[in-house]
Design a protein around this ligand. Structure first.
Ligand code: HEM
Length: 484
């Protein structure tokens, strides 16, 4: 192909394999940020002939992925996670085209703006009150309670499904499937992603255990899509369905192709929404355990604005600037998707004098944007005050401009995510004191450690969660009884 400029700079690779051996295997965002210091904000690597462009500045991400989104909105094909395991039926890995556009249109009708979300405010508040109650009863497993709540919120909206308190079969299936997403799409975990031709190797050949794994994962993903969808169809047939995304979309239009699109769009809501929100809310609990000053300030604000006779609601949001700042800092400090999801360029482009060939994979290093000392003072500190107006100091950039990605691929669940994170943080702060676990008179310092992979989670950490007072405890019980 004729090049109309040089490729963006990057480390010199080896013949044929290019930079395959240079690629980091964990916390890639940190290595990419270090590379950026040497090679610049736009750089590229070559992986067996595949160009991968890494963007280390938000301006470039906006100029390319947002302003030129008509050509930067495809997704790369992932042989293991996408083609073989079957994640390519969900929106996050769907190729750019008509099915993609229709799926985005359907999701946008449901949750595409703050206005759309208003009709779910009551639902979100009720589920978050139940979350407080569950957490009070089982304070030793925050992650499990957060996950159950995210599932309860989304499955009601997507399929009109009310979860069972214990051992819900749909929650169990979708959680198992979602857990496989990061495993099956992890860069470099499977040789077949590097040499797609291997997918034709027969499954009986020795050394092909990964093929059986792909088949098992595929079966689980099918179950994840089918189980809740069949539930909704049965409810529709019996005339007992509560209005939900699937029933509304199927009433709008019929046919097998329509069913397929609606089924996959509905499971994209769960698979895209559950794990991400879970990571953000777990980060909140970790931050509150480690930074009691921020917690105290937020609680003082809630007490003075709302009092202690009720829990905060979405309507209180405007009046709680510090709690809002704290939520922004939760999204910034350790972002849920540090590298977003890779975009793919569908036509040759020239940007800032560099030639970017068609089919290049383009990665926005969101983690770097959020830890850039030109945008954030002491970026590694957890400091909600950076988002509060102070004399002589400008408010720092809203991390929500970055954390949800870019262009036509921007997260379709951003308003739902933003509202869920606010409610969980505000209500938990009003109800609980979150602190370090004390053993033999000594406070256990949590280790702040995050997993690699598309969705990054904090490693399990000890924390103590107790109602702030007897009054807070009876408020949690009362609000739970009301919501049931
Ligand atoms: C704090 C929570 C969340 C964060 C930080 C987050 C972040 C992201 C990011 C960075 C992307 C990739 C954007 C890009 O390619 O440029 C994305 C995509 C996506 N998100 Fe979210 N998300 C969150 C919550 C949610 C929720 C609640 C839902 C649904 C209910 C959702 C559904 C999706 C879907 C379906 C995609 C794929 C979009 C596409 O490929 O067109 N996300 N999200």
């Amino acid at each position: 192909r004729k090049r109309s400029g040089p490729l963006p700079p990057g480390p010199k690779g080896l013949p044929v394999i290019g930079n395959v051996l240079d690629m980091p295997t964990a916390h890639e965002w940190e290595t990419f940020a270090t590379w950026g210091e040497r090679w610049g904000d736009i750089m590229s690597v070559n992986l067996l002939g595949q160009t991968m462009v890494i963007l280390n500045s938000p301006k470039l991400a906006f100029d390319m992925l947002d302003k030129k989104s008509s050509i930067y909105s495809d997704r790369p094909t992932l042989t293991m996670g996408g083609e073989l395991a079957g994640w390519d039926r969900t929106l996050a890995l769907l190729r750019y085209g008509n099915v993609f556009r229709e799926t985005r249109r359907l999701l946008s009708q449901l949750i595409g703006s703050r206005k759309h979300l208003e009709k779910f405010h009551g639902h979100l508040e009720t589920e978050t009150r139940k979350f407080l109650y569950r957490l009070m009863r089982h304070p030793d497993n925050v992650g499990k309670q957060v996950r159950k709540t995210a599932g309860a919120i989304i499955l009601m909206m997507s399929h009109g499904y009310k979860i069972q308190e214990e051992d819900d079969p749909i929650i169990n299936t979708v959680d198992e499937a979602v857990d496989q997403f990061s495993k099956s799409t992890a860069p470099g975990a499977f040789l077949v992603d590097v040499f797609p031709i291997l997918k034709y190797v027969p499954a009986w050949m020795p050394g092909t255990a990964w093929k059986q794994k792909a088949a098992q994962w595929r079966a689980k993903i099918e179950e994840m899509c089918d189980l809740p969808f069949n539930y909704t169809k049965q409810q529709m047939a019996a005339g007992t369905a509560k209005p939900n995304f699937v029933s509304t979309a199927l009433e709008e239009s019929e046919g097998l192709e329509r069913e397929r699109i609606v089924k996959n769009a509905a499971s994209s809501l769960y698979s895209g929404g559950a794990d991400t929100t879970v990571s953000a809310i777990c980060t909140f609990f970790l931050a509150m355990t480690c930074f009691p000053e921020a917690q105290k300030k937020a609680q003082e604000e809630i007490d003075s604005v709302i009092g202690t006779d009720r829990l905060p609601t979405i309507a209180d949001r405007e009046r709680l600037p510090y709690v809002n700042a704290l939520c922004k800092e939760v999204l910034r400090w350790n972002p849920v998707a540090p590298l977003g999801v890779p975009h793919r360029l569908s036509e040759d482009d020239v940007h800032d004098g560099y030639f970017i060939p068609k089919d290049s994979i383009v990665i926005a290093n969101i983690w770097k944007f959020l830890h850039d000392s030109q945008l954030y003072t002491n970026p590694f500190e957890f400091n909600p005050d950076r988002f509060i107006a102070q004399p002589g100091k400008e408010i720092e950039q809203d991390p929500r401009d970055f954390v949800f990605g870019f262009g036509r691929r921007i997260c379709p669940g951003l308003y739902l995510a933003d509202t869920s994170v606010f409610l969980s943080c505000a209500m938990s702060l009003a109800a609980f004191n979150i602190s370090k676990v004390v053993e033999d008179g000594k406070a256990i310092e949590p280790v702040i450690e995050y997993s690699s992979g598309t969705i990054s989670h904090p490693a399990p950490f000890p924390c103590s969660i107790k109602p702030r007072s007897a009054k807070a405890e009876s408020l949690i019980l009362h609000e739970y009884a009301e919501s049931e």
